[in-house]
Design a protein around this ligand. Structure first.
Ligand code: NAD
Ligand code: UD1
Length: 340
């Protein structure tokens, strides 16, 4: 089936907005639904500034069946990319019901309406968190998915299962589960990037805030892991590469593959201290740090096997961590208080 118009839930968020840009640049039309719980409406104007196209936008909660039905009635689209969801690990431990309600509720409503309106393609934003504590790295798509280590991760495991079951019952449905590793970076224009609320939990936004003087120093969570420099290793992927991965996935869905699962990572692990060095190289800004005890729930090393995505999607990450640090810092410097 030819895919031309795409419903993008969570399309004003960090990854969604970059993906909307890539969709437009690749000749697709995007219709965004977002409740703006973790993004700003001004993102739309920034997308227009970059692409020349102001995407159609509905401010609505994807879990609100009445509101979402109106979108399905008004708009025509052949595929959905489902980014909408809450994603803060710590918050999910404190407010599990809110996470289950929002993430599961929105996915169930969306899938129900897709069936009703016969929309037969969906790309879902899953996460490497579904692999739980890895038995070995690199992680391959066939590695076991049992339990995640927190409610946020558990919603991803559950939604994967809901989509798998739906695929069995509804033979014409195509589902792509994309397991993202650690998305970082920003649009090179400095117009769009990651805009976390409060004190960042993740490494890259924290380093950026140290670089612009918003935080005093980085706290490195542990240097006694069984890794070459003792700090944790992750697979950091530039958000532009991740966005390209979604376009490649839509092309795959046009082949009517049924259920497909891909890791979206670079295949390369980078330690915390290597990230600090990459940031300093990219920006010339020194990042002071202290070594602290390990963070609960952290694993030593986590990175993707990317062979399957490379072979089947003809997609491969192009940018390295130095590129991503440069773009993230550029965004942070131009938007010291986030997107306003
Ligand atoms: P984000 O918070 O920037 O974007 C998510 C968007 O969804 C926000 O704009 C928010 O307002 C919207 N939203 C949330 N609940 C909604 C609802 N019920 N109805 C309508 N809109 C809703 O997050 P992101 O980093 O762009 O992540 C996008 C997706 O990718 C999420 O599902 C996230 O769990 C997943 N993911 C992110 C990462 C990461 O590190 N950023 C890693 C793995 C997976
Ligand atoms: C975290 C989440 C994961 C989620 C992902 C993307 C946890 C345990 N895991 O992954 O479920 O999918 O974010 O949102 O929260 N680090 C520091 N100092 C800091 C911040 C991080 O040393 O201030 C280190 C961490 O110990 C880790 C690495 O940097 O080794 C990356 O951390 P982070 O960016 O939080 O990502 P993950 O832990 O991989």
């Amino acid at each position: 089936m030819n895919i031309k118009r795409v419903l993008v839930t969570g399309g004003t968020g960090f990854i969604g907005s970059e993906t909307v840009i890539k969709l437009i640049e690749n000749g697709y039309e995007a219709v965004i639904v977002d409740n703006l719980s973790n993004s700003k409406k001004s993102v739309l104007g920034r997308i227009e500034k970059i692409t020349g196209v102001l995407p159609t936008f509905y401010q609505a909660d994807v879990a609100d069946e009445k509101a979402l039905r109106e979108v399905f009635e008004k708009e025509k689209f052949e595929a959905v990319i489902h980014f909408a969801g809450l994603k803060a690990v710590g918050e999910s431990v404190e407010k599990p019901i809110m996470y289950y309600q929002n993430n599961l509720g929105s996915s169930l409503t969306l899938i129900k309406l897709m069936k009703e309106f016969n929309v037969r393609n969906i790309v879902f934003s899953s996460s490497a968190t579904v692999y739980g504590v890895p038995e070995r790295v690199p992680l391959v798509e066939t590695d076991p998915v049992t339990h995640a280590t927190n409610p946020y991760g558990e919603t991803k495991v559950m939604i994967e299962h809901i989509l798998m079951d739906t695929c069995v019952a509804w033979k014409e449905l195509n589902v792509a589960l994309l397991r993202y590793f650690n998305p970082i970076g920003a649009h090179p224009s400095g117009l769009l990037g990651e805009d976390p609320n409060g004190i960042p939990n993740n490494l890259m936004p924290y380093i950026c805030q140290v670089a612009v003087g918003k935080r005093d120093h980085l706290r490195v969570w542990g240097n006694n892991y069984p890794t070459p420099d003792g700090t944790g290793i992750r697979d950091y992927i530039h958000v532009l590469d991740l966005a390209d991965g979604h376009v490649a996935t839509l092309r795959k869905l046009e082949e009517d593959p049924g259920l497909v699962i891909y890791n979206l990572g670079t295949g390369k692990g980078t330690s915390v201290l290597e990230m600090v060095a990459a940031f300093e190289k990219a920006t010339g800004v020194k990042i002071p740090y202290t070594i602290e005890p390990p963070r609960a729930g952290d694993v030593a090393s986590n990175f993707a096997a990317t062979d399957k995505a490379e072979k089947e999607l003809h997609w491969k990450a192009k940018y390295d961590v130095v590129d991503a640090c440069r773009d993230a810092y550029n965004f942070q410097s131009k938007n010291p208080n986030g997107i306003e």
